[in-house]
Design a protein around this ligand. Structure first.
Ligand code: 5CA
Length: 158
């Protein structure tokens, strides 16, 4: 089966960055972290959640890559950013990242976001991240995630 266009965009972005990771498009939904963990048989903490915010003054897209086990502290992210955040609604996420909620990937965005990586993700040997659709995932290491996303590793959990 060919990948859907959004999943293919992620696969192409991975390849362009020299990653051999393969995007898997599954039958079942991987919309939420527990669903994704169940689908691939890993701990929920190994799922990379992609939380999108909007920088209130600069209007930049802020991408927070956090462990599926954690909740993001909006305040911690705003402090790191040096700017207040507003919530991103579904339309903002889709129009600015090119992905629907539940499928936002760490790479392949329409524009380069400002990215933060939850330090808790670094404790695992492998992670799974969304790959463009709510039923597509790929496996990677924490080191690959940091390199790929060009994110700043920080303590961002609530
Ligand atoms: N595919 C799974 C596992 S990788 C996934 O993408 N999970 S996720 O957690 O990264 O994406 C769902 C996230 O989207 C939620 O944690 C939540 O922060 C956000 N979200 C869900 N509904 C909305 C909404 N209506 N508006 C803005 N953000 C939302």
């Amino acid at each position: 089966m060919p990948l859907s266009p959004s999943a293919q965009r992620v696969q192409d972005a991975l390849a362009a960055r020299g990653l051999t990771a393969t995007v898997l498009e599954l039958e079942q939904s991987t919309h939420t972290s527990p669903q994704a963990a169940a689908a691939v048989g890993c701990e929920v903490g190994q799922i990379v959640k992609s939380i999108v915010f909007r920088a209130a003054h600069s209007d930049r897209v802020v991408l927070v890559l956090t462990s599926g086990a954690n909740r993001v502290s909006e305040r911690a992210v705003a402090e790191l950013l040096g700017e207040p955040l507003t919530k991103a609604d579904a339309d903002f996420v889709r129009s600015r990242t090119g992905f629907v909620i539940g499928g936002v990937a760490p790479v392949g965005h329409l524009e380069p976001p400002i990215t933060f990586v939850d330090e808790d993700l670094l404790q695992y040997t492998e992670l799974w991240a969304a790959a463009g659709t709510p039923n597509a995932l790929f496996r990677l290491t924490p080191e690959e995630l940091v390199r790929l996303s060009e994110g700043r590793v920080a303590r961002i959990k609530a």
